[in-house]
Design a protein around this ligand. Structure first.
Ligand code: BTN
Length: 149
């Protein structure tokens, strides 16, 4: 009893500290969005820069979809509080288009990480007269896929 009491005290303190710890949202890993598109973000470096791959489930073209590269940047300022803002560009390998995403990495009420984003998809048009119809806008919500390791 004399020895178990301090042990229990430490255990209770550790459990208490764990439940108080605020979960952070990390961009690194595998994600799926509401359209069924898959994204992998490889490690974010100390400047907040990251790269990865994007496998879209849909396309505005009639081309065969290919996994395409993405390059992004995450805010590393002091006020991010574990829920950082970020942006990334997908340079599509199978079309003449570019998509830019901007968003924030949140931890929701259930403790799950979620990326709330908005995007602009710029398609190539043949001439300036068609510029008005060259840009689409939308939102995507990404949730984390379990890591394969
Ligand atoms: C293209 O059609 O020219 C390239 C593919 C665009 C896919 C768009 S990007 C925004 C939206 N979110 C997705 O996951 N896919 C579509």
């Amino acid at each position: 009893m004399v020895q178990t009491t301090p042990f229990l005290l430490v255990l209770l303190l550790a459990l208490g500290a764990q439940s108080l710890a605020v979960k952070k949202c990390s961009l690194t890993g595998h994600w799926v969005n509401d359209l069924g598109s898959n994204m992998t973000v490889t490690a974010v470096n100390k400047n907040g820069d990251f790269s990865g791959t994007y496998h879209t489930a849909v396309t505005a073209t009639s081309n065969e979809i290919k996994v395409s590269p993405l390059q992004g940047s995450q805010q590393t300022g002091p006020n991010q509080k574990g829920q950082p803002t970020f942006g990334f560009t997908v340079n599509w390998d199978f079309s003449d288009s570019i998509t830019v995403f901007t968003g924030q990495c949140f931890v929701d009420d259930d403790g799950k990480e979620v990326l709330k984003t908005m995007w602009l998809l710029r398609s190539r048009v043949e001439n300036i007269k068609n510029d008005w119809k060259a840009t689409r806008v939308g939102v995507n919500v990404f949730t984390r896929l379990p890591s394969l390791e």
